[in-house]
Design a binder for this molecule. Structure first.
Ligand code: 5RP
Length: 217
């Protein structure tokens, strides 16, 4: 089965978690795009969605799904999003699509975080995928130096990418993250860091691995 087919099956399976009257938190990426397309099929049953990116907002609106402000909705019952890596404790690396900060906000605001992935995203230890960190532009070099000293990982500026929040991304290469909660906390402390793409303090609650049939962890 192709990776895209696995993503589609994971995205469609997540529809089972959507209940009548819900406002659904929606992540970003190619797996989530399949979820949004499937959500369009039940759009009359939901109140609307809170989106984690301009990209997802455009796709939701194209399907006629109302996009609401998190400040107006309060806590959400459900958040569905993809990931770049997922370990055995449902801890994640996210941010390959540069939407990590809004994704983290919505994950925190949600009761249930359903993560939809293809099998290639499953890893024993996080860190092979370069860890994205969103930074305030003027702090790019400072944050890079501090992360190098702190972790030994090699920060690489994702040149040319500006996040939906007007910030920049550093990708940290060469990590083997044995303490994801500690690394998330420590990187978050560096002035100039907006957020780090480790979702360990608030991991996923449910992971759906696309396949025939999809596996629910
Ligand atoms: C975006 C993300 C995505 O969830 C992650 O990059 C996975 O993307 P895809 O579903 O395209 O493989 O974190 O910031």
């Amino acid at each position: 089965m192709s990776q895209n087919e696995a993503k589609r099956l994971a995205g469609e399976k997540a529809i089972e978690y959507v209940e009548d009257g819900m406002i659904v938190g929606v992540g970003t990426g190619s797996t989530v795009a399949y979820f949004i397309d499937a959500l369009a099929g039940v759009k009359d049953r939901i109140k609307g969605a809170v989106s984690s990116s301009e990209q997802s907002t455009a796709r939701l609106r194209a399907h006629g799904i109302e996009v609401m402000e998190l400040n107006h909705t309060g806590k959400l019952a459900l958040y569905v999003d993809g990931a770049d890596e997922c370990d055995g404790y449902k801890r994640l690396i996210k941010g390959g699509g540069a939407a990590l900060t809004r994704e983290k906000i919505i994950a925190e605001a949600s009761e249930t975080f359903v993560c939809i992935i293809d099998p290639a995203k499953q890893v024993p230890v996080l860190g092979k995928f370069p860890l994205p960190v969103e930074v305030i532009p003027m702090a790019r070099s400072l944050v890079a130096r501090e992360i190098l000293a702190m972790t030994g990982g090699q920060p690489v500026w994702r040149d040319g990418v500006v996040t939906d929040n007007g910030n920049w991304i550093l990708d940290i290469h060469g990590l083997s993250i044995v303490d994801p909660v500690g690394m998330e906390r420590d990187i978050n402390q560096i002035p100039g860091v907006v957020s780090v793409g480790l979702f360990a303090r608030r991991p996923a609650d449910v992971v759906i691995v696309g396949g025939q049939p999809p596996r629910v962890l």
